[in-house]
Design a protein around this ligand. Structure first.
Ligand code: ZN
Length: 145
């Protein structure tokens, strides 16, 4: 393989279905999410967050569909009371009820006053493998708009 080919491989984080740019996820996260535990991978995956795309994770050669993982990726959920914090199983309703009743909307206040983000272990609990504050922020912002 030439050096140019390996470069192209590294930049391949565009979803093969919807063509949007994916976020890199750790292999540990993918392996924790996948339902078929007999499958083992050794490549880097990205997550597709596009709402109506059927792909959950993708690498250069492998596609993992949304129905092959145990969690619903928050951005793909059509449930109005979707899970926002996977570690604590906190749904959007609990967070938005708190925001509405208290008038507080900072993540700091939300974490202090709801079940969200207690005992975080996002790398294995969240399909994004990252802290849930991102989707909490996004959802609260949308709600207040
Ligand atoms: Zn996609």
């Amino acid at each position: 393989m030439s050096c140019c080919e390996s470069k192209a491989e590294e930049q391949n984080t565009v979803c093969p279905n919807c063509k949007s740019i994916g976020d890199k996820v750790k292999l540990k996260t993918v392996e924790s999410m996948i339902l078929d535990k007999s499958k083992h991978y050794d490549q880097d995956f990205s997550i597709c967050l596009t709402s109506d795309c059927f792909i959950a994770y993708f690498s250069k050669s492998v596609i993992i569909k949304t129905d092959e993982i145990k969690e619903v990726i928050y951005s793909k959920s059509i449930n109005p009371d979707r899970i926002l914090c996977y570690c604590s199983r906190t749904h959007s309703k609990e967070i938005l009820d708190y925001v509405d009743s208290s008038g507080n909307y900072s993540v700091k206040d939300i974490v202090k006053n709801t079940s969200a983000m207690n005992n975080s272990n996002c790398i294995v609990n969240s399909p994004t493998g990252k802290c849930c504050s991102k989707q909490i922020n996004e959802t609260v912002k949308k709600h207040l708009d």
